[in-house]
Design a protein around this ligand. Sequence first.
Ligand SMILES: NC(=O)c1ccc[n+]([C@@H]2O[C@H](COP(=O)([O-])OP(=O)(O)OC[C@H]3O[C@@H](n4cnc5c(N)ncnc54)[C@H](OP(=O)(O)O)[C@@H]3O)[C@@H](O)[C@H]2O)c1
Length: 252
Amino acid sequence: MTVIVNAPDWAHPQTDLTGSTVLLIGGTGGVGEGVAHALLGAGATVVATGRTRERLDDLAGRLASPRLVTAVLDLLDPGLPEAVTALVREHGPLGSAVVSVADWGGQGRKRVIDHTDDEWDALIAQNLTTIFRAYRALIPALSAEGAIIQLNGLSADLPFPGAGGRALTAAATKSMTRTIAEELQGSGPRVYEVILGLIGTRSRQLAGFDDPTWIPPTDVGVHVAELVAGTSPLAGSVLHYLVERADGPRSA
Ligand SMILES: NC(=O)c1ccc[n+]([C@@H]2O[C@H](COP(=O)([O-])OP(=O)(O)OC[C@H]3O[C@@H](n4cnc5c(N)ncnc54)[C@H](OP(=O)(O)O)[C@@H]3O)[C@@H](O)[C@H]2O)c1
């Protein structure tokens, strides 16, 4: 297998998404905010979602862009398809979508075998069923020329002691994304799975944690923007890794 490496100019990204609308599920999250920032910087209109109006208003206040619109959306809401239809009616056709969703649950760090049934079921619903429902609702709603990008973590491939529910669902959603890409066989939006290393999110910085090796969340957005535009050298591969900033994104 040939591994393709992309080395974007992180400081001066070239992608022009003027006229495109990108739905960003999980825009209120640490990674989502950086992606929103980069997509707006590329000229896109961004429809960013979260589950609460309060966090969306905070995001809108920080990003302060006339091309950012926000919408409350819960992927576990049975009315999700209607909610997506309403977004299209309100904001026009959605070219592409980014799914940047995670929920650590309330169980804290514990071994897999110490979870209660309720904790386990909640982790599966929040981190696997959510992504399934996102694909089911979004793929028919997106432009066939667009892209849908699932952001995921290295626990898709590596053991994660103390966070087995997250690791299991990361592996499962990686599998689901790759399967959906093959099932579509080019008949729908391009489907991408982007596995990320540690990200220097705003909340980590606010908590006083920082590390120069962590990837700035806007770098994730620079790569996402290139995938949306189809200009990335990796645009023909489904599976991408962005685990070290210096190396840039690479396929498989
Ligand atoms: N942070 C990292 O260092 C890191 C590293 C590698 C990979 N990743 C990956 O990046 C992705 C995003 O992670 P993150 O760190 O940004 O997480 P985060 O800060 O916890 O944000 C999670 C986002 O998902 C949304 N969300 C959760 N459940 C939802 C649901 N049922 N319906 C709709 N939206 C829902 C949240 O919305 P609310 O505002 O409603 O909570 C929030 O916007 C995940 O796939 C994660 O594995 C992150």
